[in-house]
Design a protein around this ligand. Structure first.
Ligand SMILES: [Zn+2]
Ligand SMILES: [Zn+2]
Length: 268
């Protein structure tokens, strides 16, 4: 399976990177994970193959923070006329009714049309554990963040774990997958980490440190670690240093640009 990185930064887009969004083709189905600003990259000619011949489209949401859902405002332009199944965490996972949350977001005056008018969209909540979707097993687990988020595992191909603290349970959840897409918000080895407005630093507790993430990748025995949801207050040189710190713990770590395609059967 091949995963296309449509958005690899968190919070706000930069001139190079869009906020969180990943896509892969699973036979005739298109699976999209999170709907950050990166969703707009589906319009790029280089991504045409993702949509070409896709019979059904499934969008999986990790949580409702705006950097992960603002692309929902682009759906009519990115996927015109296409029906979409939105898989959001069931209320038992995060205390949020998925249909209510989406209807609250996609309504006037924030959106030109109300949720009830968006008949191409359908919600199918995902529950903790295994969910069978379009012939694949999509596993879900709740994570600790400033609000509850969920990690996704698609078969043995990949795990997406973003907007979470580095959690030893993630290693168990991701055991043996080909690719771990894990957030890495900061790098303790880099002095630039603490040269930030002081009011932002407590927020780091809701996110992951690069070396700790690499430790999870090693414990899980994944094929490859790709740090994502990078911190937009830093620059590419910071991400390169973050990659070096992670590689010292888990050598098969690569910080990749938006648009990169990662084969989940790649490095072992
Ligand atoms: Zn985020
Ligand atoms: Zn978040």
């Amino acid at each position: 399976m091949r995963v296309t990185l449509l958005g690899t930064i968190g919070w706000m887009p930069s001139d190079r990177r869009e906020t969180t969004c990943f896509a892969c083709r699973a036979e005739d189905s298109l699976f999209i994970f999170d709907a950050g600003t990166g969703l707009r990259r589906l319009r790029e000619p280089a991504q045409a193959a993702l949509l070409d011949g896709a019979r059904d489209i499934h969008l999986f949401l990790t949580h409702y923070h705006l950097d992960h859902v603002c692309g929902l405002a682009y759906l009519a332009g990115v996927l015109p006329g296409r029906a979409l199944v939105i898989h959001a965490p069931a209320a038992e996972l995060n205390g949020v009714d998925p249909e209510g949350a989406l209807a609250g977001l996609l309504r006037r005056p924030y959106n030109p049309r109300d949720w009830e008018e968006l008949t191409d969209l359908r919600v199918e909540p995902v529950v903790a554990g295994a969910n069978e979707i379009a012939g694949h097993t999509v596993s879900v687990r709740a994570q600790q963040h400033s609000d509850v988020s969920v990690a996704y595992r698609l078969d043995d191909a990949f795990v997406l774990a973003t907007d979470t603290r580095a959690d030893p349970a993630t290693a168990e959840f991701a055991a043996g997958v080909g690719l771990l897409l894990h957030e890495a918000w900061f790098n303790d080895a880099d002095p630039r980490t603490t040269q930030m407005p002081a009011e932002l630093l407590p927020g780091y507790a809701a996110h992951s440190e690069a070396g700790a993430v690499a430790g999870l990748a090693a414990a899980a025995g994944v094929g490859r670690l790709v740090p994502i949801h990078l911190n937009p207050l830093h620059d590419e040189s910071y991400y390169a240093a973050l990659e070096a710190s992670a590689r010292a713990v888990f050598p098969r770590t690569d910080v990749l640009p938006d648009g990169a395609v990662v084969d989940t059967d790649g490095v072992r």
